[in-house]
Design a protein around this ligand. Structure first.
Ligand code: DGL
Length: 277
């Protein structure tokens, strides 16, 4: 059975894992969340690089994987070349879906919602220049949104008014398309859509990554239909910090029932602590 390692600073990559599982139900997923280093947008780049390298190397020691998906926009801009040098396992990263958004937008007004770190990185300017230079692009970099979404796993309500206020620049510029430039955001797409009922297209990178993963696994010959599929779509979910309360129910709601759930992974000297959630 093919196995994909999905990596993020927190639970955001679960939006990507859900797209992969919908497309590739016979593939087993292993998920690593570096929530002890969360949010990556607040960390210096060498720190993000070091953390990703060591956690992914540790995960590959325990689980043989056919593909690595860095399901984090912030990390993808920093770590892909190093990871590709570190391992022979193919690595896929994620970038804000500017190109598909430009293909959708009818009024040529696009909003980009991302973390402040992603909003200020030059690669976003390059994507806009390359794929959306005939569009008016409004950017919103929100420092708290990823925290609110992490909290929602444990049942904390999103602050509705603050969320709506944060999206006001998109209303003012009458965007018809919004790019969700952080993998956490598709997890609250319904709430976002309620705040911005005039937006026609919500675009993220999850499906594109799932298609890319399918293509790469096919090329390797590691994609084979199995009689029963994996016992759990997510064989193991490994947190470098504490396991969020309510995680198992949250994942089950996304169609990603987890097998093994571990916190404070890999722990001192590689020891692991198992948590029930
Ligand atoms: N899910 C990450 C991303 O897509 C969260 C960002 C962060 O940790 O700062 O960028």
């Amino acid at each position: 059975m093919a196995r994909i390692l999905v990596f993020d600073s927190g639970i955001g990559g679960l939006s990507v894992a859900a797209c992969i599982h919908q497309r590739l139900a016979d593939v087993e997923l292993v998920y690593v969340a570096d929530n002890a280093g969360f949010p990556y947008g607040d960390q210096p780049e060498p720190v993000v690089l070091g953390r990703c390298r060591s956690l992914i190397a540790e995960a590959l020691r325990e689980f043989s994987c056919d593909l690595i998906v860095v399901a984090c926009n912030t990390a993808s801009t920093i770590v892909l070349p190093d990871l590709r040098a570190m391992t022979d396992v193919p690595v896929v990263g994620v970038v804000p879906a500017i190109k598909p958004a430009a293909a959708c937008s009818v009024n040529r007004r696009i909003g980009v919602l991302a973390t402040p770190a992603t909003i200020r990185r030059p690669y976003l300017d390059n994507l806009i220049r390359e794929f959306a230079n005939d569009c008016q692009v409004t950017r919103v970099g929100h420092p708290q949104l990823v925290h609110w979404i992490e909290g929602s796993v444990s049942g904390n309500d999103l602050p509705g008014q603050a969320l709506s206020d944060a999206l006001q620049p998109f209303r003012e510029s009458a965007v018809d398309t919004v790019v969700l430039g952080c993998t956490h955001y598709p997890l609250i797409q319904r709430q976002l859509a309620r705040c911005l009922p005039d937006v026609r297209f919500w675009v993220d990178s999850g499906d594109a990554i799932a298609r890319r993963a399918e293509w790469l696994l096919e090329q390797q010959g590691s994609l084979a239909a199995t009689a029963d599929g994996p016992e759990h779509p997510v064989r193991a979910i490994l947190f470098s910090g504490a396991v969020p309360e309510g995680l198992a129910a949250y994942m089950t709601g996304l169609g990603l029932a987890p097998g093994d759930i571990r916190g404070h992974w890999p722990g001192v000297g590689g020891a692991t602590a198992t948590a029930s959630a």
